[in-house]
Every structure is written in C-alpha cells, then in structure tokens.
Design a protein around this ligand. Structure first.
Ligand SMILES: Nc1nc2c(c(=O)[nH]1)N[C@H]1C(S)=C(S)[C@@H](COP(=O)(O)OP(=O)(O)OC[C@H]3O[C@@H](n4cnc5c(=O)[nH]c(N)nc54)[C@H](O)[C@@H]3O)O[C@H]1N2
Ligand SMILES: Nc1nc2c(c(=O)[nH]1)N[C@H]1C(S)=C(S)[C@@H](COP(=O)(O)OP(=O)(O)OC[C@H]3O[C@@H](n4cnc5c(=O)[nH]c(N)nc54)[C@H](O)[C@@H]3O)O[C@H]1N2
Ligand code: SF4
Ligand SMILES: [Mo]
Length: 698
C-alpha cells in the first residue's frame, strides 16, 4: 500500500544498500519504523534482520545524546556542552601540532561514512590539520581487491556490472564470500542463476549457508586461494581452454602469467590446498563449458598477506578464459561496508585525493588544490596505512581524530591497538554510540545517524545513491559535517567546510571531475529520479548532468593506457604465519548474519542479540574430540598475540585443520586478540583470514 508519510531511503549497514522506507512513529522506541520499498532494484523490498531492526539503534536509550569529556579529577567521561567539547578537540589537536608537528596528528575514517563525509574528512586532514596521517577501516576490507583491480584493469570499481547481470551469466565462481549471511537479499541472484541453468562454484574452507547452494564446493585450507587459482589456470592451459583470440586482442603479459601457472601442477596444488585434483578439473569444466562466467571474491581470499596477488590470480583466470570485458562476464569484488565503494574514492585513504586520484600525481594535486583554493605544494604527501597508523599511536602519532570505526574490536592484534590508543596524548571519537573505542576517548562527539541526515552512498555495484533524512535527530547530536565545519572554524578555516551535504556534494563533483571515479555528472536530483547513477558519470559542462552513467565497464576497452587488461605474473607463497608444533591449527575469522562488524550498533538490538548472543569457536568434531570439549564448553584459542575464550560450536561443515571465530565481540571472546597484523606488501591489508593457533580447554 503506498504510504506518503514514509520516506524512501537506504539501510545503514552493508554495501548492498538495500532500499527501504522509514516512517516516524512519534514514539521513543523506536522513533521510526521500516516500511517495505519495492521499487529499488537491488533488493526489491527484501531486507535482512539487521536492516529490519535498524531503527531501534535510533532510540535514545542506546545511543549517545550529548558530548562527553574526560575530567582530569575523576578520569571519567562526563557530559559537557558542545562548545566545551569542540574547543577541547580543537585544543588537543592544536597542542600536538604545535609540540610535535602536523604529522603527529592522525585521522582515522570509515567506509560507512557518506561520500560527503569521507570527502570532507580527507580535506579536513590535508588542509586544516596539514597532516599526511589519515587512513580508514576500508584498508581492512577490500583494499587487496582494489589494488588488484588497478593493476589489471587500470580502474577499481568493485563490480564492473550491475548485480542484475549475475543470474544471466553461465557460471559464477564465488570465492570466500558467505553472502547468504553477509548480504542475504543478494542470495536471490545466485538462486536465479541456478534456476536459469547457470552453475555456481563456491570456494570456502567452510560449508557455509552459501556453499550449500553450490553445484560444486571447494574447501581449501585458509590462505591457499592463490595456489588454487593458479592450479585452475594450469588446467585451463593444459586442457586447451585458453581463449587465444581474447588474450591476443584485449590483454598484455600473458606469457609470464602462463609460465607462473604452469609451475603449479594440479597434484602440487592439491597438496597445498587440500582440494582433490578431480574437483579442480570439475571446476574448470563447469567454468569453461558455460558460454559466459564471472569470478566474484569477498574477504576470504582478500584478507591475506598476499591478497593482492591472490585476487590477481583469479583475474588472470578470467582473462585467460575470455571472461572479462564482455557482456555477462567479468571479475568482481563484493565490497562490504555501506559506502565501502565511495569511501575508497574521495580522499580518506592515505595515498589518495578525491575522484580516486593519486596523492603523488602532480596533475591530480594541481586539480584538487585548485578546487580547494590552495597551492598544490601545501598538500601533504601519502601517509601510513590503517594498521601502521594504529601501530604508530603514542609514538610518532600522538593525537587522533576518529570517525566511523571501532578498531578496539575490529583491528588485528587488537590488544596492542587498544594499548596504543590508550597511550595517545589526545583521542577524539565521533560516533553514534559509546563504542569500545569511544570509551577510551578524551572527548566523545555524538553524531546523527543515517535516518536523520542526508548523504550519498556508493553501493557495491558503483551505483551512487541518495540516503535521505527521514526524521529529526534528538536534540544534543550534530552531524559529522557540522562537527568538521565547527572544528575547521575553531582551527582558523571559516570557509571551505560547509555543513550542508548537497553543498559538499557539489564541490565533490568538481573535485572528482576528470578523475577515475568521476561524479561530475551526478546530482542529488538525478539520483532521486533514477534509483542511483553508476560512476563514471562525467558532466558535460558546468552544472550539466546528462551523461547516462556507466553500469557496465570495460566492454570496449579496459581503463589502462593501451586499453588492454594486464595479466600479472604471480606465484604461490604461504601465509605469513604457518602452523607448527606449538600452534598446529589454522584460525580464520569472519561474520554471522545477525551481527554487523565490531557490533557497536547491532549488539544494541535485542532481537539481533537473541539470534547471535556472543562469540564462539567453530570446530570439527574430530578436533573437538581430540581436545575433549563438548558442544558449548569453553575453548581457549591461543596465538602468538594472545588468548581468547569462547564456547565450542562443533560442526562437520568446517575443515578439521581449521577453526573459525566471528569477530563481532569485545572481551574474552575477541577474535582480533589473536589475529596476525602481517600486511600485504601492495595493499597493506592485514591477514585477518589466517593465523596459527593452538586450542586448550577454556
Ligand atoms: N551479517 C553481516 N553482514 C555483513 C557484515 C557483517 O559484519 N555482518 N559486514 C559487511 C562487510 S564490511 C564486509 S567486508 C562483508 C564481508 O562479507 P564476506 O566476505 O562474505 O564475510 P566473511 O565472513 O568475512 O568471509 C567470507 C567467508 O570467507 C571464508 N574464508 C575464510 N578464510 C578463507 C580463505 O582463506 N579462503 C577463502 N576462499 N575463504 C575463506 C569464511 O569461511 C567465510 O565464510 O560483509 C558485509 N556484510
Ligand atoms: N578478525 C577480523 N577482523 C576484521 C574483519 C574480519 O573479517 N575478521 N573484517 C574487517 C572489515 S572487512 C571491516 S570493514 C572492519 C570494520 O570494523 P569497524 O571499522 O570497527 O566497523 P564498524 O563496527 O562498522 O564501526 C563503525 C563505528 O562507527 C560508528 N558509526 C556508524 N555510522 C557512523 C557515522 O555516520 N558517523 C560516525 N562518526 N560514526 C558512525 C558505529 O557506531 C561504529 O562504532 O573490520 C575488520 N576487522
Ligand atoms: S543486506 Fe545489508 S543493506 Fe540489506 S538490509 Fe541487510 S545489512 Fe542492510
Ligand atoms: Mo568490510
């Protein structure tokens, strides 16, 4: 039933950015209710439990409703006025800069922030703070896929095609994605694929709810996807399945990539991955017999210290078989956070300027400096990556402004990161709730939530969306843009940091014009009318917006200088930490359907807590038996970084050499206490998906 009082908007959580409508209830709990919205094509009305229950986080009972400042006498966070809180932040950052220089001030952002916020935060760091030390949690997310995209295609947009293409392809290889739990409404695309006669291959060390849907499930040992992809490519060559014409016309570098694959014999690959040779052959047959095909990766193969090469190997497989740059074929990365795509394009990344420009490119510096009205040489250079920045806290970086992340729960080697945060001279956190990280701050700034503010988000397809304000925020909170506006003014920048999102977007359009992620032809008006606009969407003149947008990339040419995709020669290497006599078991980590990320938001929702009340250690019955633990009994997982304890969840759906922990909780069961911060050399992505542990009875 049409409902005029409900405002069409989007979910606060993942990169699917499901469409929904919100209607204010007039009551306190919750202040709004979700109404079905069927016109948005990505989810067509479907929502997961997190999206359905998102309004309950809007309730004042669970959120921050006024600023907090740590009092020297009590050492506790206590209520303060906005004026006091903002001047304490400005003073904290100013003092560090005066005493230790601009690079002693750090900024940490998030992939959940709107495009406008990500843009304003990057500009604030480079201009107001003049620091190079800014990065964000997206570094922990899809940065390896982003790096591999750039290397192979010259451009990084997670999916080069809309999700609606997925059911029409011939075969999908889904690598390390559990989308039945992480993007439930998207499972429909895979169901439709199979209904249409297409094949689904899932690569995951666990037989997940997603793997259960597959025609073929390959369960490699964590951290061995690179060998697996090379083994498949070896078989493609050996069985004469290379698309020679495509390779000759549309690619470069095949010979070296081919040589790399030929060194990976199927039997050798079976020994590394644990995937039997007949299954490798079956996978190649399914993929190559189909008229078209896609490889989609998520965090499984990406969150490794060789994630960039691993994704590169899967891209090589697509290129060699001609499954790229053609309709219904291609490689894609399923980006994770609400604005995981846009958040990586507009300048909160250590090496980047808006429009996905490179900070060390003189032309990019000149263009953006021009839009900002400053001299290019005043812009700082590239800074440290996320983990390296967190690791430097209390050392070279002495004060931090954090917006949109909860690293105390979500960063690798989390006890160390927590310790580094505690050692800061000054920490300011802007958040909607008192997260575990906000609880360590000197000043906590309470901000408005998704439903109470307007902004654009770019979903995993590269579709730029408008998330509209649907209700009034409680008194006492401000938007992130208002916070940056006020702080800039206190630090001497009266102009250049507007609090109105559309004004920020209009500037972002100009800053992105001519860059790889060109938004210059997109306007709020167009997004409203068109259910989102796919970038690149160049404007044809000032104020004009008549380019159609680009739902499908690379059909005529790739975004490299010569228009050809580049094969990258890669060879297998082991994880940074291998199992040994002391730490004989592999730990991998990930998600459950009812909790989101660090849990800061979803752990405040009763219905979600009932579904997923706490951490657990998923292990195979054989491992449980050897350890002598029964279902539900505590298991201690010990790595070289620490110890975590959580109840056993015993299942035959996981490899016997591997245990799995979700990372959504703080305290004794915090998975990230264990995780190895070894970084990928190109993307600087930490190795969340594999480290060596031993198990003890807890
Ligand atoms: N419910 C829920 N949904 C979410 C989120 C959430 O926190 N909760 N977060 C959002 C975000 S930011 C992201 S990034 C996405 C993540 O979405 P996904 O990538 O789907 O989530 P994960 O559970 O991290 O990892 C996926 C799978 O990788 C497997 N895996 C582990 N190690 C390996 C390996 O070495 N190789 C392979 N091939 N697979 C491996 C795990 O068993 C797991 O099933 O989800 C988004 N959606
Ligand atoms: N072991 C392990 N660890 C992982 C992963 C894994 O697979 N395994 N995955 C990694 C991945 S892919 C990701 S993306 C990270 C995510 O980890 P985090 O960066 O911790 O992500 P969130 O929990 O979403 O944190 C967002 C914080 O910002 C707040 N917030 C939400 N919206 C806004 C806003 O608009 N403004 C402001 N100021 N604050 C807001 C939320 O309340 C929350 O406290 O975790 C990483 N950590
Ligand atoms: S799948 Fe993602 S965007 Fe959709 S309702 Fe769930 S959390 Fe929200
Ligand atoms: Mo993520």
């Amino acid at each position: 039933m049409p409902d005029a009082t409900a405002v069409p908007t989007h979910c606060p959580y993942c990169a699917l950015q499901c469409g929904m409508k919100l209607r204010p209830t007039g009551a306190a709990e919750p202040p709004a209710e979700v109404v079905e919205r069927t016109d948005f094509p990505v989810n067509r009305g479907a929502l997961c439990g997190k999206g359905r229950t998102a309004p309950s986080v809007l309730s004042s009972r669970v959120r921050l409703t006024g600023p907090l400042v740590r009092r020297p006498d009590s050492g506790a966070l206590e209520p303060a006025s906005w004026e006091e809180a903002l001047s304490a932040v400005a003073e904290g950052l100013r003092r560090t800069r005066a005493d230790h220089g601009p690079d002693a001030v750090g900024v940490f952002g998030g992939g959940g922030l709107t495009n406008e916020k990500a843009y304003a935060l990057g500009k604030f760091a480079r201009l107001v703070l003049a620091t190079s030390q800014i990065d964000y949690n997206g570094r922990f997310c899809m940065s390896s896929a982003a790096a591999a995209h750039q290397r192979a295609f010259g451009l990084d947009r997670g999916l080069p095609f809309p999700l609606e293409d997925v059911p029409r392809t011939g075969c999908v290889i889904l690598v390390g994605s559990n989308l039945a739990e992480t993007m439930p409404p998207a499972l429909r695309y895979l169901t439709e694929l199979r209904e249409n006669g297409g094949k689904l291959i899932v690569v995951d060390p666990r037989r997940t709810r997603t793997a259960e849907q597959a025609d073929l499930h390959l369960a490699p040992r964590p951290g061995t996807d690179l060998a697996l992809a090379l083994g498949l490519l070896h078989l493609v060559v050996a069985e004469g399945r290379v698309d020679e014409a495509f390779v000759a016309e549309r690619t470069t570098g095949w010979e070296a990539a081919r040589a790399g694959a030929m060194a990976h014999w199927p039997e050798h690959v079976e020994r590394i991955t644990g995937v039997p040779v007949p299954l490798l052959r079956e996978a190649v047959a399914l993929f190559c017999d189909a008229p078209s095909g896609m490889v989609l990766t998520a965090r499984g193969p990406e969150q490794q210290s060789k994630g960039t090469d691993t994704v590169g190997a899967w891209i090589n497989l697509c290129l060699a078989t001609g499954r790229a740059g053609r309709p219904l074929s291609g490689y894609g990365c399923l980006t994770g956070q609400g604005n995981g795509q846009g958040g990586r394009e507009h300048g909160q990344k250590a090496d980047q300027l808006p429009g996905y420009r490179k900070l060390d490119d003189p032309a990019a510096r000149a263009h953006v400096a021009g839009v900002w009205g400053v001299a290019p040489e005043t812009l700082p250079g590239p800074g440290r990556s996320a983990y390296e920045l967190l690791d430097a806290l209390g050392g070279e970086v002495r004060s931090l402004l954090l917006m949109g992340s909860n690293p105390v729960v979500s960063a690798p080697r989390a006890a160390h990161v927590e310790d580094r945060l505690r050692s800061l001279d000054f920490l300011a956190v802007a958040d909607v709730v008192l997260s575990e990280t906000a609880a360590l701050a000197d000043v906590v700034l309470p901000v408005t939530q998704w439903a109470e503010e307007t902004g654009t988000m770019t979903n995993l397809e590269g579709r730029v969306l408008l998330r509209r304000r649907a209700l009034d925020p409680p008194a006492g909170v401000r938007t992130d843009l208002e916070v940056l506006h006020a702080l800039a003014a206190l630090l001497g920048w009266e102009k250049g940091f507007p609090a109105d999102p559309e004004e920020v977007f209009e500037e972002l359009r100009r800053a992105s014009a001519g860059g790889p992620a060109d938004y210059s032809g997109i306007s709020y008006r167009r997004i409203e009318e068109e259910q989102g606009v796919f970038w690149p969407c160049p404007g044809t003149g000032p104020g004009e917006d008549d380019h159609a947008g680009t739902p499908r990339l690379f059909l005529d040419r790739f975004a490299t200088a010569d228009g050809r995709a580049r094969f990258v020669p890669v060879t297998h290497r082991p994880p940074a930490e291998e199992t040994d006599a002391d730490y004989p078991v592999v730990l991998t980590t990930g998600r459950v359907v009812a909790q989101y990320q660090s849990g800061a938001q979803t752990r405040r929702v009763a219905e979600l807590n009932a579904a997923a009340p706490g951490p657990f250690v998923e292990l195979h019955p054989r491992l449980a038996e050897r350890l002598g633990v029964a279902e539900g009994e505590p298991v201690a997982v010990v790595s070289r970084r620490g110890r975590a304890v959580a109840p056993a969840r015993i299942t035959g759906a996981i490899r016997p050499d591997t245990v799995f922990m979700p990372f959504h909780w703080y305290g004794e069961g915090r998975a990230n206490t264990l995780v190895n911060p070894a970084l990928d050399p190109v993307s600087r992505m930490p190795e969340f998906k594999v480290c060596a542990v031993r198990l003890e009875r807890g």
